[in-house]
Design a protein around this ligand. Structure first.
Ligand code: ADP
Ligand code: TZD
Ligand code: MG
Length: 577
């Protein structure tokens, strides 16, 4: 389209008046406040990374694109701006694609930018270097996918990518930049004019007053109301309005995993420790930025009990309504606007829920907390999960602004239950898919985007998916402390192969010393065998801010198959015991 503005490389005296694809890409990002790129260099984007760095963009080079992609995804969650991942063509692109799909599934704004091969050769399938029709492959796995063929369209390409990522329900966007684009030269002034600063990229979506009134009417009629806060509510950064709404309503709230800390887990209305009871016994459930997917048993079945329930749902995506069960009061809009409208419409004197309900929730919660307390204080060696988590729980209580990254099976489920979170967006984990491998990418982005200390609690299997990034952590001297719950395997370290000499499928090398891995790169490694040792080592690491990896020796028999979701395993009637 803008071919007229594209010129052949000019004579030396004209060079100052020219720009090219490389510079336009960088200028488009800077103009839109994108100051960080997570990626892996190579043909055709090596120089793009160099030039971006020279132009003041922070470019973090990873060891594998998937981890760079997970970093970009969580950067999007933390900042409400698209996190950018930059990869090379075909294999690098594919490595980044898992993270792009993960971002889309989790409603995190992210842009995967990949260099690609020559269109003419790719389309005739003539076997170019790293040939692949990347745009076609990305399309079904993300919210939107675009390709830019002309330097003059780079500005529009970025504007479209940014808007698609952050407006409405956020998600992943693929931006295909063929190698030839970077070298295209055009008049500098025309280039500058072609760039677009995206105005109001995620416009407020105000809910209809009638929908707000309907929601409050349903809530008012409840005898046993419950509010469920999801990671969409954490993402929205409407923390004060949400807190006001929850406190004004007096309704018990249940935070989904990454919504923990939106209000502190120690808040008197928090029903986290009474989860089964509130799901089963509630009669009205208001979902704020949470979906009734598998994580909430689709809103039906045993988890939810037999008593009839009405659902109120606040979400920016209208099609989310009635996806699993009937929604009695859908409120469609952005959470900030919706919750502000609810607060406004509630007025000054909202009657709290019946005291027998709030009393019953509190009693159940106190009972469960009391039951757990002695287990968290055990000082066994090798440690069990509760002993180790008892030590780590106190550390987060003393450092509420630290960010907790968490993945694994038992390591995930038990950490989620035991470690209280006190501030919004301080818990980052496996998200909607329960994906292993988010650990190091999430930790790096958390440290880079927030400057806060990061504590990773990682299953030994989970860690293995992104473990090579400890070099990246050391290279950038990031304040990250990794604790590996080393139980010699996936779920448990005691499985035995009933036929043959190969190890069982779920076990790893016994007594492995993960702490030695970080020492290879100049980081600090510790082997911890008791909760006291673990606590001391983590405290020292958090004080020093130095990259640290602690191998926490966990009893191989302590875990259970698939942690808390063993029920999702299909059963074979023919399985030999
Ligand atoms: P969780 O796993 O914590 O239950 P989900 O990822 O399932 O959370 O749900 C998040 C929901 O939040 C999605 O349905 C998404 O559309 C919604 N959402 C994300 N951002 C916003 C926002 N700013 N305003 C309203 N809804 C949002
Ligand atoms: N691959 C990917 C990408 N995601 C997954 N979720 C899995 C495989 C399957 N899986 C789980 O769901 S948890 C898990 C795997 C391999 C590892 C559990 O072992 P762990 O934790 O060492 O991380 P625990 O404490 O031993 O249970
Ligand atoms: Mg393990």
């Amino acid at each position: 389209m803008a071919d007229a503005a594209v010129k052949a490389p000019a004579a030396a005296e004209e060079v100052q008046d020219l720009t090219d694809g490389f510079h336009l890409v960088i200028d488009a990002m800077k103009l839109n406040g994108i100051h960080t790129i997570y990626g892996v260099p190579g043909i055709p984007i090596t120089d793009l990374g160099r030039m971006a760095q020279a132009a003041g963009i922070r470019v973090l080079s990873f060891r594998h694109e998937q981890n760079a992609g997970y970093a970009a995804a969580i950067a999007g969650f933390l900042t409400k701006k698209p996190g950018v991942c930059l990869t090379v063509s075909a294999p690098g692109f594919l490595n980044g694609l898992t993270a792009l799909a993960h971002a889309t599934t989790n409603c995190f704004p992210m842009i995967l930018i990949s260099g690609s091969s020559e269109r003419e050769i790719v389309d005739l399938q003539q076997g170019d270097y790293e040939e692949m029709d990347q745009l076609a492959i990305a399309k079904p796995l993300c919210k939107a996918a675009y390709r830019v063929l002309h330097a003059a369209d780079i500005g529009i390409g970025f504007a479209r990518a940014i808007r698609a990522a952050v407006s409405g329900r956020p998600g992943g966007v693929y931006l295909d930049l063929p190698a030839k684009l970077f070298g295209q030269v055009m008049n500098a002034e025309a280039g500058r004019k072609s760039l677009v600063q995206v105005i109001d990229p995620a416009p407020a979506q105000i809910p209809a007053p009638a929908a707000v009134k309907r929601a409050l009417d349903v809530l008012k009629g409840a005898k046993r109301p419950l509010i469920i806060l999801g990671k969409g509510a954490a993402y929205a950064q409407a923390d004060d309005a949400i807190r006001t709404f929850v406190e004004k309503s007096g309704v018990p709230f249940l935070p989904m995993s990454m919504a923990k800390g939106l209000l502190p887990d120690t808040h008197p209305q928090c029903a986290g420790a009474a989860r089964s009871t509130v799901l089963k016994d509630s009669d009205v459930v208001m979902m704020i930025g949470a979906r009734l997917n598998w994580l909430l048993s689709h809103g039906k079945g045993r988890t939810w009990g037999d008593a009839p329930k009405k659902f109120v749902q606040i979400d920016i995506e209208p099609r989310e309504m009635d996806s699993n069960v009937e929604i009695a009061a859908p409120v469609v809009g952005d959470i900030g606007s919706c919750v502000a409208a609810l607060n406004e419409a509630m007025g000054g004197n909202w009657a709290p829920p019946p005291a027998d309900w709030t009393g019953a929730v509190k009693a159940k919660r106190d009972e469960n907390v009391t039951k757990m307390a002695p287990r968290l204080m055990n000082n066994k060696s090798p440690m069990d999960y509760h002993g180790a988590l008892g030590a780590l729980r106190a550390i987060i209580a003393e450092r509420p602004d630290a960010i907790l990254v968490n993945e694994g099976a038992n390591t995930l489920d038990l950490t989620r239950g035991v470690i209280d979170i006190y501030q919004p967006r301080k818990r980052l984990d496996v998200g909607t898919w329960g994906v292993m491998g988010i650990g190091m990418g999430s930790a790096i982005a958390a440290a880079v985007e927030t400057g806060k200390p990061v504590l990773c609690i990682e299953g030994d299997s989970a860690f293995g998916f992104s473990g090579m990034e400890v070099e990246t952590i050391c290279r950038y001297s990031l304040p990250i402390c990794i604790v590996i719950f080393n139980n010699d395997g996936i779920y448990r370290g005691v499985d035995v192969n009933s036929a043959g000499s190969d190890p069982a499928t779920t076990v790893f090398v016994k007594g492995a010393r993960y702490d030695k891995m970080i020492e290879a790169f100049g980081g600090h490694g510790v082997n911890a065998t008791t909760p006291d040792e673990l606590k001391r080592a983590v405290n020292a690491a958090m004080d020093s801010g130095k990259p640290t990896l602690i191998n926490a020796v966990i009893d191989p028999a302590a875990g259970s198959e698939s942690g808390r979701i063993g029920n999702l395993n299909p059963q074979s009637a023919l399985r030999k015991k």
